[in-house]
Ligand binder design. Sequence first.
Ligand code: HEC
Length: 107
Amino acid sequence: MKHVSIALLALTAVAFAFAPPKVGKPSFTKDVKPTLDKFCICCHSGAKPADGIDFSKIKTDADAKKSFKVLRKSLSEVQEGAMPPRGMTKPSAAQVKAFAAWVKAGQ
Ligand code: HEC
């Protein structure tokens, strides 16, 4: 029995040693863009993007910073269930959470 607890202690120590580093700042390109590309870009891009909002033009973290207002608005549309429009596939709770974390981080 003693051996088992020592083994468990050792395992716990190893698990702590290899614990993943603290999650960094949310990133537009990693945490938000894939969601927009999947659920929004079909209407919000091209020659006549819906409501003049073209997500295909927001490609980098720097672009996102410039378009922060429209992205913040987009998050509330998603949270309110207004976007994507009725009948379209909606982002998952995890995707919305990641989007919200990015907006909250303020860039
Ligand atoms: C099926 C096409 C379609 C999809 C998919 C779609 N939109 Fe829209 N979106 C529209 C249309 C049309 C409007 C303008 C009319 C309106 O507000 O309903 C609009 C308007 C908006 C607006 C402006 C709303 C306002 O009141 O100012 C935002 C922000 C927006 N969409 C974000 C998104 C986001 C984010 C997604 C993906 C999660 C998305 N849309 C997916 C068609 C779409």
